[in-house]
Design a protein around this ligand. Structure first.
Ligand SMILES: [Zn+2]
Length: 642
């Protein structure tokens, strides 16, 4: 069975932001996953280029509309190419064959009696290119979606009989409970349809930047409504109405959309398809939005994260991992450098990266880099069984778009591997002259790494290829079948020495959002200092840090944050300082009241989840958890530490 995966086509009214990158990463990951499994898979992305808004933006920029659209579309395409997004086609709605396909579809709907001509009078939001009813407007005049003013427009228009499909849509939702994913989003769509569907105006006469009418209809003053034109891209990309050459991929397996455009994809789009007598996509996957440090991103706040900037600082694969691991699909996610760095250091560097370094080191010492799986089953059946259980569980998470759970489960493999090294201590076995046992443990870990790399490949293709190269195999459908499905072990090989895959990140590598972290200027230097082993400091440098004893006078949980507590800490000043600390997993708010802490008192204020933090608590963290550093005996609030 073939698979077809799509992103929305991105509107060429602005540059790609982190939300676009997320949609594209998740779709790319799904497509790579299906291809790895050997499915005949087609992955589509592209740009949406028509409509009044584009026409106006082009005018403002003083450029011909097509030139304006070309530039922004190229911006998206170049970014995805830089990120090595493995799409099969990048469609543009200004492509000639797309326009022909749209006209063909319009004609088919018209011939079926699903399109008729009438007048439309309504409140129109230019920005959203949508008509609203009086009832839907905010304060009788403002757009309910974007808040801008609306205009009353009366114009001749062609209408699509959306109302005709009300019952068929409701039946489809109830017969196919996974049509909308996550399921929690389905209710809003169902209620909207139950509220009654009005026929949809699908042409405009007020502007010209759009797909014209089919010749058979001879009505040149109309152009197509941007949503009709845009949604049809998912089939015109396969050759609908022209070559038909890839129509075997239809219906789509998953169509990814942002939650803001779910209504268009879960109501209009299936109705159009029903009218065209085409099957409906299997799943519409609606994802959430991204905030930055807990705040909505906006140009005016100056806190928009550019995906290119993040990728340049941290690497695009780390960004893919972070975004897919951080958020349950469908929920909103928060981009914070601190959370990102935590995941790089603990999950990528510690759990995964170190594992590879350890077996390179051990096999170098014990067996001249040769790794032989011959005794793995003999000494490690328990670990192999545990590993296979994890491997078998993964597919359903990915097919249900639960990438965060997929990665969480996948990471259990690294725990199994790390634990087996601790338990079996190959260095002890070597001293006891049990070389076969020592080498079996090293080989076990190599096998776990190999299988985990295959399953991690869709998320981090380049990194896992490096691991596979070190382990002397290639990640492809053949190795997927052998090592993951048939559970075979690696053949005798010599491991290659590779440099550490995930250097630890000690400080933020990008400027923080306005009003945020210090260390901005030192980010570059810190990268350099990473390379120095013994960076000793002068005593004066130490005393530049003001450390003080503080008393916690108030502690509260931060809503929506699993990690943060908001504290008021008395440092003997006029009023307590607010300190936002990542200690919620280790301390309850009540247990902190009236206890003493050590505070870095001269940090520039930082903003976490939208709250100012005016200091940092000293704490120690190891694999057993975190504990605060406190004075041995109570000291007055504000007592300097040095
Ligand atoms: Zn609007």
């Amino acid at each position: 069975m073939s698979k077809y995966i799509t992103t929305p086509i991105y509107y060429v009214n602005g540059e790609a932001h982190i939300g676009h990158a997320y949609t594209t990463f998740i779709a790319d990951t799904m497509a790579r996953y299906e291809k790895l499994k050997g499915e005949d898979t087609y992955f589509l992305t592209g740009t949406d280029e028509h409509g009044q808004k584009i026409e106006e933006s082009a005018q403002k920029s003083g450029k011909p509309t097509q030139e304006f659209a070309d530039e922004i579309s190229a911006g998206f395409k170049n970014l995805w190419d830089e990120f090595e997004i493995n799409y099969d086609k990048f469609i543009r709605t200004t492509d000639e064959d797309h326009k022909k396909g749209v006209q063909k579809a319009f004609e088919a709907m018209h011939n079926k009696g699903d399109i008729y001509k009438d007048f439309y009078e309504g409140h129109y939001c230019v920005s959203c290119e949508t008509f609203f009813t009086e009832m839907q407007l905010v304060d009788g005049e403002f757009c309910p979606d974007c808040g801008r003013g609306t205009n009353i427009i009366k114009e001749e228009s062609y209408f699509f009989r959306l109302s005709k499909y009300e019952d068929a849509l409701l039946k489809h939702y109830s017969d196919n409970p996974d049509f909308i994913m996550p399921r929690s989003r389905a209710n809003e769509v169902i209620n909207f349809v139950k509220g009654g569907l009005r026929d949809l105006s699908v042409t405009r006469t007020s502007f010209t930047w759009g797909v014209g009418m089919p010749e058979s209809i001879k009505d040149d003053k109309h152009v197509m409504y941007v949503w009709l034109d845009a949604l049809l891209n998912y089939i015109t990309a396969l050759g609908y109405g022209t070559t038909e050459e890839n129509m075997r991929y239809w219906p789509a397996s998953v169509q990814f959309v942002g939650k803001d455009i779910l209504r268009f994809h879960a109501i209009y789009w299936p109705a159009f398809l029903m009218s065209l007598d085409l099957p409906l996509p299997k799943h519409i996957g609606a994802h959430g939005w991204w905030t930055r440090d807990g705040e909505k991103m906006s140009k005016s706040k100056g806190n928009v994260v550019s995906p290119r900037e993040v990728a340049n600082a941290y690497g695009v694969e780390n960004l893919r991992y972070f975004m897919l691991r951080e958020v349950p699909f469908g929920q909103d996610g928060d981009f914070s450098q601190r959370a990102f760095i935590d995941r790089i250091n603990s999950e990528l560097s510690n759990d995964l990266g170190n594992l590879l370094n350890r077996i390179i080191g051990m096999s170098g010492k014990y067996s001249d880099f040769e790794i032989d799986s011959k005794d793995v089953l003999k000494y490690h059946k328990r670990e192999l069984d545990a590993m296979n259980l994890v491997l078998d569980s993964l597919d359903s998470y990915m097919e249900n778009l639960q990438t965060h759970r997929y990665l969480e489960e996948l990471w259990k493999l690294f725990s199994i591997a790390n634990k087996s090294i601790e338990e079996h201590a190959p260095w002890v076995k070597m001293k006891e002259n049990k070389k076969n046992e020592a080498l079996a443990t090293v080989a076990l870990v190599a096998n776990i790494l190999a299988k985990a790399s295959i399953m991690l490949f869709p998320v981090m293709p380049k990194t896992t290829n490096t691991i596979a190269d070190a382990l002397n195999f290639k990640i492809d459908n053949a190795s997927y079948r052998e090592l993951v499905i048939e559970k075979k072990l690696l053949k005798l090989f010599n491991i290659k020495v590779v440099p550490p895959l995930f250097p630890r990140v000690e400080e933020p590598l990008m400027a923080e959002a306005p009003l945020a972290q210090p260390n901005i200027d030192s980010a570059k230097e810190s990268q350099d200092s990473l390379k120095e082993q013994d960076n000793l400091i002068e005593i004066g440098q130490f005393f530049e840090t003001s450390l003080k004893v503080g008393v916690v006078v108030e502690a509260k949980e931060v809503p929506k944050s699993k990690k943060l507590l908001k504290l008021q800490v008395d440092l003997g000043e006029d009023k307590p300082r607010q300190v936002v600390a990542g200690i919620r997993e280790f301390y309850t708010p009540e247990s902190l009241i009236n206890t003493q802490v050590c505070v870095v008192a001269n940090l520039k204020p930082a903003k976490l989840m939208g709250m100012i933090s005016e200091g940092m608590l000293l704490a120690a963290k190891d694999e057993d958890g975190l504990c605060l550093v406190r004075p041995e005996k109570p000291k007055k609030a504000g007592t300097p530490i040095g």
